[in-house]
Design a protein around this ligand. Structure first.
Ligand code: AMP
Length: 416
């Protein structure tokens, strides 16, 4: 199978790494890729938002499967363009990707499907926003309706801050605050059959102890030893399958990755948000534990044959990933700094490795930071404590000027 992956973050590096280990994959390509992805795939400097350019590349490579990683190309219709060229593609249509692209649309689908989520109002004026904030009370949750790379959400007890965020967005969703721990559950679907993966937890805030601003994600781990038994089955039955069925009923086949961000509240499981693609950094730990070769699974989703797939096989152990971000992330990340110690950080036995996010190769062949989140140091182990030790052990060997990371990824879960 010749596979082309679209995107250039740590999620795509994780996808490429898994695909490169799949014996069914004869050729692996990535556009635009990053400095790390070049080690496992041939990279192509193609604009990932340009559907015509992506499908032309897929045709030229005679790709058997195109995997679209990030949300922006999906919302821009890149999967539609590839599908129209007759090439199997893993990733939903622009219409189906509205589940992530518009929080208001997602709320509407959830209402139709009877999926439990926070009560909410869609607001377009300051007066409406003020009324909605007062209806729910503090803490306030204000979400930009459009795509914001995980950074459009403000959760605060400061009413003025909540109002200011609402005023800075064209349209916002204001919703009730959900308490309780968060879980990310991914499912692979062809629009009919839904195949849940293993749950993970990510760390959205920039600083230890869940302080600081929201980010795209600073680390993740899987499995969740504290999660209630039967959680995956419950979420499949009450959230994932009804959502896919509701979209189907509306004439929209959602094929690709459906990501449910969940809060396990005192009143039951609630959906915080849906994403229409693999989440970053949870993908790094979920794929680290997947034993079934990845290409066949993604190809089955892309061709509507998931019902014929054998049950997925998982590593019983644990995986942890820790993100190294550049100085100033998330507000104003500094780029262009050299990164050292990358080779030394990887374990010879493959139990820890470095996935690149925002990196590029400089003129002298050196690896430079090129984004907010720069690297995702990933490790596996028999349990979370071992995976954690390995991840942080590797991370210590890497140097990036001004680089920042959290020191408490998976700490609570590992120490019980
Ligand atoms: P989202 O982009 O919707 O995932 O939101 C980003 C983060 O904001 C989530 O991971 C939560 O930590 C937090 N958040 C979003 N919605 C709520 C809510 N209704 N109640 C509490 N926290 C929330």
């Amino acid at each position: 199978m010749k596979v082309l992956v679209i995107g250039g973050g740590a999620r795509e590096h994780a996808l490429c790494r898994s695909l490169s280990q799949d014996p069914a994959v004869s050729e692996l390509h990535c556009a635009p890729g990053n400095a790390g992805i070049t080690q496992v795939a041939t990279v192509h400097p193609v604009d990932q938002l340009d559907g015509a350019a992506v499908s032309a590349l897929a045709r030229r490579l005679a790709a058997d499967l195109v995997v679209v990683g990030p949300e922006a190309p999906l919302v821009a219709g890149v999967a539609d363009a590839v599908r129209a060229a007759g090439i199997p593609v893993f990733g939903p249509s622009a219409e189906a990707a509205q589940l992530e692209g518009s929080k208001a649309f997602a709320k509407d689908v959830m209402a139709g499907a009877g999926v439990p989520t926070a009560r909410s109002y869609v607001c377009t004026t300051p007066a409406e926003a003020a009324e909605a904030l007062d209806a729910f009370g503090a803490p306030y949750v204000v979400k930009d309706d459009g795509l914001a790379a995980g950074k459009g959400v403000v959760v605060t007890s400061d009413r003025d801050e909540a109002l200011a965020h609402a005023a800075s967005c064209e349209r916002v969703v204001i919703e009730e605050y959900l308490d309780g721990p968060e879980v990310s559950l991914f499912a692979i679907t062809d629009g009919v059959t839904v195949l849940p993966l293993q749950p993970a937890q990510d760390f959205k805030r920039a600083l230890d102890g869940d302080e600081g601003p929201n980010t795209g994600g600073m680390g993740a781990y899987s499995p969740l030893p504290w999660a209630p038994e039967g959680l995956v089955d419950e979420v499949l039955e009450t959230v994932l399958q009804p959502t896919v069925d509701e979209l189907h009923r509306r004439g929209t086949l959602f094929s690709g990755l459906l990501y449910a961000g969940l809060a396990l509240t005192s009143r039951g499981t609630r959906v915080i948000e849906f994403n229409a693609r693999f989440g970053d950094p949870e993908t790094q730990v979920v794929l680290a534990r997947l034993r079934t070769p990845l290409a066949g699974v993604l190809h089955a989703a892309a061709t509507g044959t998931l019902d014929q797939l054998e049950p997925l096989r998982w590593d019983e152990g644990a995986a942890v990933t820790v993100v190294i971000a550049s100085e100033g992330y998330p507000a104003s990340p500094r780029t262009g700094d050299p990164i050292e110690g990358l080779a030394e950080a990887e374990a010879a036995d493959g139990t820890s490795y470095v996935l690149h996010a925002g990196t590029r190769v400089g003129d002298g062949g050196e690896v430079l930071s090129a984004g907010g989140r720069v690297l995702s140091v990933t490790a596996t182990g028999t349990d979370l404590a071992q995976a954690r030790d390995r991840a942080y052990g590797s991370l210590e060997r890497i140097s990036l000027k001004g680089g920042q990371h959290r020191t408490d990824i998976a700490l609570k879960a590992a120490t019980g």
